[in-house]
Design a protein around this ligand. Sequence first.
Ligand SMILES: NC(=O)c1ccc[n+]([C@@H]2O[C@H](COP(=O)([O-])OP(=O)(O)OC[C@H]3O[C@@H](n4cnc5c(N)ncnc54)[C@H](OP(=O)(O)O)[C@@H]3O)[C@@H](O)[C@H]2O)c1
Length: 333
Amino acid sequence: MPVIATVTGATGFLGRRLVHSLLEENDLIVRCLLRESSDTDALYENVPVIARERIEIHRGELNDKKFVEEHFANSDVVYHLAAALGGSASTMFLNTVIPTRQLLETAARVNVGRFVLISSMGVYGTQTVKRWGTLDESTPVDPMPEKRDPYTFSKVRQETVAQELSESLGLPLVIVRPGVIYGPGRSAVTSRVGLPLGPMVIRMGGGQQLPYTFVENCAEGIKLAGLTPDMSGEIFNLVDDDLPTGKRILRLMKQQGQRIRTLWIPRGAIGPLSRIYEWYSNWSEGQLPPVLTRHKCEAMWKPLRYSNAKAKHKLNWKPKISTEDGLQQTIAG
Ligand SMILES: NC(=O)c1ccc[n+]([C@@H]2O[C@H](COP(=O)([O-])OP(=O)(O)OC[C@H]3O[C@@H](n4cnc5c(N)ncnc54)[C@H](OP(=O)(O)O)[C@@H]3O)[C@@H](O)[C@H]2O)c1
């Protein structure tokens, strides 16, 4: 009997790479639950004709219980990636937290073998980790995600809902927390490097490690989290080896002829700047949006180390693409 792996969010930046990685497993069928409007062109890109036969496409809404129940049936594993990465707080909550609750309930009802929830390393609160200390799976989740941003808030709530339901319904759950995912089609210059200001980037520090994972490495780790036996209840962080710094990314871009205008804020100045900014934002009753609060600055730019030891040890995961190659591929587009 072939293994049936059902994927939500299969047309996304990460989802299509997960589908490709799953297709490397012989005797595995990938069942993709897509919206009516989802574009499948990139999903089929570079997939050999023979492997295409193992992709099933089903179109419908994730909040349609009948649709989900029909296609979760007989699934050995469900990978839940679909989520809103932008938009208002309510959009993110509605597209991320609410469907997750319904999907878990349905998965439990039809006895799905394992539910793999794709969360984010952004859920960690870094307050308990010292500067240059190591963030790993034992680091507590941010107790005040509402002080960060709507995306982090929705991912923290999504995890809470999933853990509570997994326990009450007896559904095997694995949570994967990828770092920032980059690769061709998505820039390596993210808010971890700096904040956009018109055509410029305000570079925040530059020497601190960035919790990055190349999209294909990340997809491989997620695949293993769904297929490696006896992983129920586990949480895995996914970040690559040899993590880059913002300085290294910008230098590499320059070497490849790409220029980004930057305004540099030294690391030592981020704390005092965030205090002044937060004070002014409060004093002026929100004249400046609360972008640079102390809570956010800690979470985004504090110098930390990031461990991938657990995924390597338990899942036998190894990031195949080096950071150097990953950055080169990304910058080349
Ligand atoms: N990108 C990162 O750096 C990063 C880091 C950590 C974790 N993650 C997590 O990884 C997952 C995938 O991220 P991504 O970067 O691949 O995002 P993406 O490129 O924006 O893809 C999102 C996918 O979710 C689908 N989707 C969104 N809202 C939906 C809804 N209401 N109903 C059904 N499908 C919906 C989209 O379908 P359409 O094609 O129809 O739009 C798309 O396939 C997310 O859970 C995200 O939180 C991402």
